[in-house]
Write a protein that binds this ligand. Structure first.
Ligand code: IMP
Ligand code: MG
Length: 186
């Protein structure tokens, strides 16, 4: 496999990711059978996961996106930078995340969306790192639990790179906090 030197090891291969997404999509399809479901993605990290998940869900889905940006420098200090296009009132809503880490971002989004009167609201995440959780959030659907290491791929970035990797991988620590190297020259 063509693996850049910034990657230390692959946690989940592309095949494992797509198989697991299929399993979770089946759980979601079963849970929401007979109802329309709105998937809400958080730009940009959850885009890759959301599109794969949406294709594997058999119940009718709508999709919408929001973007957040951090301010203040403290964890969890986030605000909505781009809001949803449509209201979510009286709809079954699934918030689709790339990773739930400390839980601050997810809690903020959950509270914000809950205030808009959805019929139901649940969280689905590709990755869950419960060892770093600071605030508790109810994760209804998760593909993988991961160890306390910085990961990239399947939408997750380091300095906006590596989102397009089909696998989930641990970053080589010697590359973190440095300008990402050009693999051609490394
Ligand atoms: P929180 O700590 O749960 O609020 O996580 C917020 C955000 O941090 C996630 O949505 C990701 O964008 C980012 N993040 C957390 N851990 C990782 C990682 O291992 N790789 C890439 N991004 C991460
Ligand atoms: Mg990020």
């Amino acid at each position: 496999m063509n693996q850049p030197p910034e990657i230390e090891r692959i946690l989940f291969t592309e095949e494992q990711v797509s198989q697991r997404i299929g399993e979770v999509a089946a759980e979601i399809s079963e849970k929401f059978r007979g109802r329309d479901l709105k998937l809400i993605g958080v730009l940009k990290g959850s885009v890759f996961f959301l599109t794969a998940l949406a294709r594997a869900i058999s119940t009718p889905v709508k999709i919408d996106f929001l973007a957040i940006s951090s301010f203040g420098g403290a964890p969890g200090m986030v605000r909505i930078a781009k809001d949803l296009d449509e209201p979510i009132e009286d709809q079954d809503v699934l918030l689709v995340e790339d990773i739930v880490d400390t839980g601050f971002t997810t809690r903020y989004l959950l509270q914000t969306l809950a205030g808009r009167g959805p019929r139901s609201l649940a969280i689905c995440t590709l990755l869950d790192r419960t060892v770093r959780r600071i605030v508790q959030v109810p994760v209804a659907f998760r593909c993988f639990e991961i160890p306390d290491r910085f990961v990239v791929g399947c939408g997750l970035d380091y300095k906006q790179l590596y989102r397009n990797l089909g696998y989930v991988a641990v970053m080589n620590p010697s590359y973190l906090n440095q300008a990402p190297l050009n693999p051609e020259k490394a």
